[in-house]
Design a protein around this ligand. Structure first.
Ligand code: 5GP
Length: 179
């Protein structure tokens, strides 16, 4: 796996430090509120696991699994919910946790979908933001890092279901794309 890596974009140490800051900020902002953290699987798995352990107020956890129609590297904007929340969001402040905002299509759809269910609020926490590729207006309320327009893997993010278990966030060598 390591031989496919061009470079480390964000080290595990840099990520851990930023996740700690995000956890502190979220803990302050949601003090006294019913906080429901919703992870978008599979990409947000690693980030969410680290993030919630840096939040020091009570939280509920739930997950959604989504897939977008179209090819795997280009989102079409039509999002399919493969696994929905187990619980109702009424009475809860929802924090959507996502690995990366790219075109923004996935999160715009999910935010609007959840808002229609009558929660107290819906906010977005994304580890990564690639603003260069945005196609719809959607912003993270909490953002780990803004990154350039490169395809990244590791720390939960995959290429063809590989590399999710790399501890650092990496850029792949071009040869690894062509395999
Ligand atoms: P959006 O709807 O914002 O275009 O797409 C978000 C999804 O696209 C992310 O949840 C992720 O699955 C995928 N994605 C976008 N950019 C990257 C990237 O650089 N690396 C990986 N592994 N996935 C990405």
């Amino acid at each position: 796996m390591q031989k496919d890596i061009e470079k480390i974009l964000l080290s595990r140490e840099a990520i851990a430090e930023r996740v700690r800051e995000l956890g502190e900020q979220i803990s302050r902002d949601y003090q006294g509120k019913n906080l429901l953290v919703v992870g978008i699987l599979k990409g947000a798995l690693v980030f969410m696991a680290d993030l919630v352990r840096q939040i020091n107020i009570p939280v509920r956890l739930d997950f959604m699994v989504v897939s977008s129609y179209g090819s795997s590297s280009e989102t079409s904007g039509v999002v399919r919910i493969l696994k929905d929340l187990d619980m109702s969001v009424e009475g809860w402040h929802v924090l959507l946790v996502e690995d990366i905002i790219d075109t923004g299509l996935t999160l715009k759809y999910l935010r609007d979908n959840l808002l229609a269910r009558g929660p107290e609020s819906v906010k977005i926490c994304a580890l990564l933001d690639k603003p260069a590729r945005r196609r719809v207006e959607v912003q993270a309320d909490y953002c780990g890092f803004t990154i350039p327009d490169a395809f990244v893997v590791g720390y939960g993010l995959d290429y063809a279901e590989k590399y999710r278990n790399l501890p650092d966030l990496c850029v792949l060598k071009p040869e690894a794309w062509q395999k």
